[in-house]
Design a binder for this molecule. Structure first.
Ligand code: CP
Length: 310
């Protein structure tokens, strides 16, 4: 391990071996919860949210409590981040907290924070990446089949921040990813991670949704429109356009007929849009396992990053 301060912006910036190690740590943390109880005693995590959250907020706070530390929740709108430069406020936070977890709207703002921070920064989801979700997804697959290696994961939906992190984490963990993404905006795609997975022979891209579902071990979907805009009247036309375009790609009983794949979704769920309501709670659904696994995945991330400083 290097002594340099490390952050989690996305898995693409981590060495492959560290990605493998942090997943192994997440599995150990989950199965031996008692063994890690005091590891963050006396330390605080600052959680900064510029966007809404249920799972990220709850799992990071519960995780710090279980590790014996403390989590401080900051709603961006109630802080002085609204009044000044991100760098100044971040340098202050670094004087009081052992780690910072930030859910910021833009990757650019996150990088500004990383540049100023003197403690590790964890990306709690920006416009380009959602690395904590991707590790929880890999933990779920590893628990389900014993290993991520050789797993066939089909993602059906818009090419978004979740996809970029699934692409980057799939490379070191040996997952074969099939993307069925009728919505692909070039600015939203991390082309470097995509090219790497293509070169490794671990990425397929198709619009044949039926075949992609039939051949998968796991079928994964996500919101068709960024959650930030889902209920925003200003995006009503775009929501309507995307809904019409994506309707044939909904995860439903008809699509899944003849497939043995388990069903994944990172939540929050929009029933009747990307997934039919009856599939959320069906026998093949591992959606709540995924959500639960945010806790142990993030505890592993916290321990991995913090250990480099102690
Ligand atoms: N999946 C996820 O990040 O959930 P929240 O937006 O509720 O945190």
């Amino acid at each position: 391990m290097s002594d340099a301060l490390e952050h989690l912006i996305d898995w693409r910036y981590w060495r492959d071996g560290d990605v493998v190690r942090v997943l192994d740590l997440a599995r150990r943390v989950k199965h031996r919860r008692g063994a890690y109880q005091g590891h963050m005693q006396g330390h605080s995590l600052v959680m900064l949210f510029q966007k809404t959250s249920t799972r990220t907020r709850v799992s990071f706070e519960a995780g710090m409590t279980e590790l014996g530390g403390h989590a401080i929740n900051l709603d961006w709108r109630a802080t002085n981040f609204t009044l000044t430069k991100i760098s100044y406020e971040t340098r202050y936070l670094s004087r009081n907290a052992a780690l910072i977890m930030a859910r910021l709207k833009s990757n650019e703002a996150l990088l500004e924070m990383v540049e100023a921070a003197t403690v590790p920064v964890i990306n709690g989801c920006c416009n380009l990446y959602h690395p904590c979700q991707a590790l929880a997804d890999m933990l779920t697959i590893a628990e389900d089949r014993g290993t991520t290696r050789g797993a066939k994961l089909t993602y059906i939906g818009a090419y978004n921040n979740v996809v970029n992190s699934l692409v980057s984490i799939s490379a070191p963990l040996g997952v074969h990813l099939t993307l069925v993404c009728p919505i692909r905006e070039q600015a939203a795609i991390d082309e470097s991670s995509r090219q790497r997975l293509l070169q490794l022979g671990q990425l397929s891209e198709t619009l044949d949704v039926k075949a992609a579902a039939a051949s998968a071990d796991y079928v994964y979907t996500d919101t068709w429109l960024d959650m930030e805009f889902f209920g925003d009247p200003a995006f009503a036309d775009e929501k309507q356009r995307r809904t019409a375009l994506m309707a044939p790609y909904q995860i439903n009983a008809q699509l899944m007929a003849g497939s043995n794949a388990k069903i994944m979704h990172d939540m929050p769920i929009h029933p009747g849009y990307e997934i039919a309501e009856e599939l959320v709670e069906c026998d093949a659904s591992i959606i709540y396992d995924q959500a639960e696994n945010r806790l142990d995945a993030q505890k592993a991330i916290i321990l991995h990053l913090h250990r480099k400083l102690i």
